[in-house]
Design a protein around this ligand. Structure first.
Ligand SMILES: CC(C)(COP(=O)(O)OP(=O)(O)OC[C@H]1O[C@@H](n2cnc3c(N)ncnc32)[C@H](O)[C@@H]1OP(=O)(O)O)[C@@H](O)C(=O)NCCC(=O)NCCS
Length: 176
């Protein structure tokens, strides 16, 4: 890990309701910086609307179906993750991992990943898994570097004629 990701001005905290507008804005900026070379703008809009509507996130916070973590650098929101228990009782699903675009490669994504893995271990999970677009090479590299490996391909119909063309990646956790 490099110096930035071990700095003392970094904090990982649970996302709160009042953070949602800022998080939605950050997600939109990252998606528009990163995904136009991977999926169409129409699909970006569709997926942002599906996953980042304030009421969708607020409901997850309220009913505890997902853990959202925010990473603050000097009190500024610069990255976030979300994870949830899955249909596989032994597994935690990493559902979101996003770092402000100009701050990639500073170790922040890895820091959030470790937090998710620690939570999974505490809850008795033996692995963490995720889905990543097959053409999202930089994210795949980041997951590989963090000990994940590709276990299968997954083509998922997400409605409105859109499809996610993904890999499933997984990492076994040491026994707690
Ligand atoms: C994918 C993402 C979350 C990774 O977070 P990050 O903070 O940039 O990654 P880290 O700095 O922790 O990287 C850890 C290691 O992963 C690898 N890695 C990360 N980004 C990489 C890239 N663009 N190219 C090659 N390797 C990369 C490197 O080995 C890196 O270590 P190093 O910088 O010491 O060589 C972040 O880049 C991001 O938000 N990307 C856009 C959104 C996205 O695709 N999210 C994932 C959706 S499934």
């Amino acid at each position: 890990m490099n110096r930035a990701a071990s700095a003392s001005n970094l904090r990982i905290l649970p996302l709160r309701n009042q953070d949602i507008p800022e998080l939605v804005q950050l997600a939109r900026e990252i998606w528009y910086a990163h995904f136009p070379s991977i999926i169409t703008v129409e699909q970006i809009e569709y997926m942002l609307n599906q996953r980042y509507r304030p009421e969708v996130i607020g409901e997850q916070l309220a009913n505890g179906t997902a853990w959202w973590d925010k990473l603050l650098l000097d009190d500024h929101l610069i990255a976030f993750s979300a994870c949830a228990l899955s249909e596989h009782p032994e597994a935690m699903k990493l559902d979101k991992l996003y770092v402000r675009y100009d701050l990639r490669r500073h170790g922040y994504g890895s820091l959030l990943l470790r937090q998710v893995e620690e939570r999974a271990r505490r809850l008795g999970c033996s692995r963490v898994y995720l889905q990543v677009n097959r053409h999202n090479r930089s994210a795949i590299d980041a997951y590989l570097r963090n000990g994940y490996s590709v276990t299968q391909s997954a083509r998922v119909d997400i409605g409105a004629g859109f499809v996610m063309d993904d890999y499933v990646m997984s990492k076994a956790l040491p026994v707690a």
